[in-house]
Write a protein that binds this ligand. Structure first.
Ligand code: RB5
Length: 149
């Protein structure tokens, strides 16, 4: 699995923990930055990761900022991206199974590292369930088309 991962200054510590914890032979992380406490603008990182995932260069994306909110808002502006802000295992699993979410966003200032890792674990293990959920994703794609210039 190829995973694009990124953070701003408020998320780079948790991002580092995730990369280390989930390092595996069959999993490749590409880090789109940032890796310093220098203040940076989360939309820049969200755009880079979102565009790479939307192009199909990566199977999944993970974005970390202070709350996860800004990353989710920004990544969801990229056509084809379904970014989900998750605070627990239940929503992480549902985001993959029901919404086929392709980017997980997390808040370093909100989550204990152990909880964040449980969320990532659930996310990586879950698969899209298809069926009625596929029909609903089709409607989301229609919305994207309706509102694109
Ligand atoms: C940075 O201070 C913070 O605003 C950012 O990391 C994120 O939480 C925005 O949603």
């Amino acid at each position: 699995m190829r995973i694009a991962i990124g953070s701003d200054h408020a998320g780079f510590k948790l991002k580092g923990i995730i990369k280390q914890r989930f390092n595996a032979p069959d999993r490749e992380f590409t880090d789109f930055g940032l890796n310093t406490p220098q203040p940076a603008d989360y939309p820049d990182i969200a755009a880079a990761v979102g565009e790479a995932v939307a192009r199909g260069d990566y199977d999944q994306g993970i974005l970390v900022c202070g709350t996860g909110i800004g990353m989710a808002i920004a990544a969801n502006k990229v056509p084809g991206i379904r970014a989900a802000l998750c605070h627990d295992v239940f929503t992480a699993k549902a985001a993959r199974e029901h919404n086929d979410a392709n980017i997980l966003t997390l808040g370093e200032r909100v989550l204990q590292p152990e909880v964040a890792c449980d969320i990532v674990d659930a996310w990586l293990q879950a698969c899209f369930a298809g069926g009625r959920h596929a029909r609903r994703l089709g409607k989301i794609r229609e919305l994207e088309k309706r509102y694109s210039c």
